[in-house]
Design a protein around this ligand. Structure first.
Ligand code: G3P
Length: 218
């Protein structure tokens, strides 16, 4: 399973990248706004900076909701760097745009996915990645991990090549459950990635080893 970080914060991207396990970055308009990035030039420059920092796929989201607008924006985003993946919302014109991008060699990430039916449509249109939002499903008392497992089952049976990119991850346990359920990628906040490190027995064991090591040093 690939690890992406879900943020537009450069310090967090740097920290995750330095771990050596980062395969890419996802952003969205809310994450860009959180970093105070404003205006087309600043947004494009920010994506370029992220592409220069991380050697992996970088999702950049369109904000148009009509076919022509999405294609226009997507072409500009894709021209920033070969690693850019154009993020397109799961709406009717979004599906048309994903098909257009597929036919024109531009890779896509279909976002705001909440059902298996939507996952089938995105795969039919040739999406490179599919982003089901686990955390938001859990927030509404639907089982987000169950959706990942259902989509993995369908894509396996049908031979769809679209990669399942589990998004809206909130906890380290989400990451473990997504790995179990067959996600191809998890895009996570830095805290959830670092949370995977934690186990009290590791800390207790290391303290004991270091204490005993002192005894071996003469
Ligand atoms: O990747 C999608 C993600 O940014 C949404 O996460 O926590 O806003 O549901 P969240």
């Amino acid at each position: 399973m690939k690890f992406f970080i879900d943020t537009a914060n450069l310090a967090q991207i740097k920290e995750a990248n330095e771990l050596g396990i980062l395969d890419g970055v996802t952003t969205n308009p809310s994450l860009m706004a959180k970093e105070g990035i404003k205006g087309e030039k600043a947004i494009m420059d920010h994506y370029r900076t992220i592409c220069e920092m991380v050697d992996g796929d970088i999702s950049a989201e369109v904000i148009s909701t009509d076919f022509a607008g999405m294609v226009e924006e997507g072409k500009k985003l894709a021209a920033i760097h070969p690693n850019i993946v154009v993020k397109v919302p799961m709406i009717k014109d979004g599906i048309k745009a994903i098909k257009w991008f597929t036919d024109n060699g531009i890779r896509t990430n279909c976002t705001l996915v909440f059902s298996a039916g939507q996952a089938i449509l995105a795969a039919k249109a040739g999406a490179t990645y599919l982003s089901p939002f686990l955390g938001r499903l859990d927030d509404s008392s639907w089982d987000g991990v169950e959706l990942i497992a259902q989509i993995a089952q369908i894509y396996g049976v049908q031979g769809f090549k679209t990669q399942i990119l589990a998004a809206s991850i909130r906890t380290p346990l989400h990451i473990v459950k997504c790995a179990e359920a067959g996600a191809d990628v998890c895009t996570c906040p830095l805290d959830s990635i670092l949370g995977l490190l934690k186990h009290p027995l590791t800390d207790i064991g290391l303290a004991k080893f270091l204490e005993d090591a002192k005894k071996t040093m003469g």
